[in-house]
Design a protein around this ligand. Structure first.
Ligand code: NAD
Length: 248
C-alpha cells in the first residue's frame, strides 16, 4: 500500500479525475475528504470509500469562497488530526472565443480554477509547515502549457496554477512540503463530454502518438506517484500526461 494511513483532501472529488484519484488513493490505504459542490455524488463516493474500509468524509463547499475553504480545512484537521496531501482538482471549463467570454464568466472561471487553488493551498499550508511534511498536487492542463484554439480564461487559469505550483514549491521546500502539478491532455469526463464528438475524437487522436485516448486512470496514476514517497525529491514540476501530444 503506497498511501497507508495518509489523509487526503481532494477538491472536486465527486466526479471525473477527482473521483478516480479518490478511489485510487483509497485502494492504496488513504483516508479521503471529498470537498465538492455536488452533494449527491460527493456523498456517494465517500460511501464507496468507506466500503473499501477506509475513512471518508464528504464536505459540501465552494473552492472559490474563502469562508467555505477555511471551514472545510478546519473540519478536515479536526476529524482526521492531520492532513498529508491536498489535491487541488476542482475546476470548470468554457471553451469559447474571447469575444464570447463575458466579464462575469471570466471572473467565475478564474475564481474557481485559480483562486480556488490559492485559497485551498493558503488554508492548509501552515498545517503542513508545522508538521514539516506534506504534498500539494495541482490540476493544471495542456491548455496552460501550450495554449489552445479557444478559452483564454481557462488557459490563463491553468498557466496561473503552474505559476502557483513553481513559486509555492520554492517557498515551502525547506519545510519538506512538495508542490507539483499535473497537466493532462483532453480526456472525456463529465466536464469535457460536450466538446467531444466523432470528428473531434479523430482530430485529437491524430495528435497523440500513443494512439489511444487518455483515461481518468492515467491521471490518477500520476497523482498517486506525486502523492507517494517515490516522488519525495520532486517539487515545482509539471508532469504532462497526454500520450506524447507535444511530439505528435
Ligand atoms: N477532462 C479533461 O480533459 C481535463 C484536462 C486537463 C485538465 N483538467 C482539469 O482537471 C480537473 C477535473 O476535471 P474533470 O474533467 O474531472 O471535471 P468534472 O467536471 O468531471 O469534475 C470537476 C468536479 O469539480 C467540482 N467543482 C466545480 N466547481 C466547484 C467549486 N466551485 N467548488 C468545489 N467543487 C467544484 C464539480 O462539482 C465536479 O465534481 C479540472 O481542474 C479540469 O480543469 C481536465
Amino acid at each position: 500500500m503506497r498511501l497507508k494511513d495518509k489523509n487526503v483532501i481532494i477538491t472536486g472529488g465527486a466526479s471525473g479525475f477527482g473521483k478516480e484519484i479518490a478511489l485510487t488513493f483509497a485502494r492504496e490505504g488513504a483516508n479521503i475528504i471529498i470537498a465538492d459542490l455536488d452533494k449527491a455524488e460527493g456523498a456517494k463516493i465517500a460511501d464507496e470509500i468507506i466500503d473499501l474500509n477506509q475513512k471518508a468524509l464528504f464536505i459540501e463547499m465552494d473552492v472559490s469562497k474563502k469562508s467555505d475553504v477555511d471551514k472545510m480545512v478546519k473540519i478536515a484537521i479536526e476529524k482526521f488530526k492531520q492532513i498529508d496531501i491536498l489535491v487541488n482538482n476542482a475546476g470548470i471549463a468554457n471553451f469559447r472565443d474571447i469575444q464570447e467570454i463575458s466579464e462575469e464568466q471570466w471572473d467565475k472561471l478564474i475564481n474557481i480554477n485559480l483562486k480556488g487553488t490559492y485559497l485551498c493551498s493558503r488554508s492548509i499550508i501552515e498545517h503542513m509547515i508545522e508538521k514539516e511534511s506534506g504534498k500539494i498536487i495541482n490540476m493544471a492542463s495542456i491548455s496552460g502549457v501550450t495554449g489552445r484554439p479557444v478559452g483564454v480564461d481557462y488557459s490563463a487559469s491553468k498557466s496561473g496554477i503552474i505559476g502557483i505550483t513553481r513559486t509555492l514549491a520554492v517557498q515551502v521546500a525547506k519545510y519538506g512540503v512538495n508542490v507539483n502539478a499535473i497537466a493532462p491532455g483532453p480526456i472525456i469526463t463529465p466536464l469535457m463530454e460536450k466538446y467531444f464528438n466523432e470528428e473531434t475524437i479523430e482530430r485529437l487522436l491524430a495528435t497523440i502518438p500513443y494512439k489511444r485516448q487518455g483515461k481518468a486512470s492515467d491521471i490518477a496514476g500520476t497523482a498517486l506517484f506525486l502523492a507517494s514517497e517515490d516522488s519525495d525529491w520532486i517539487t515545482g514540476e509539471v508532469i504532462n500526461v497526454n500520450g506524447g501530444a507535444f511530439i505528435g
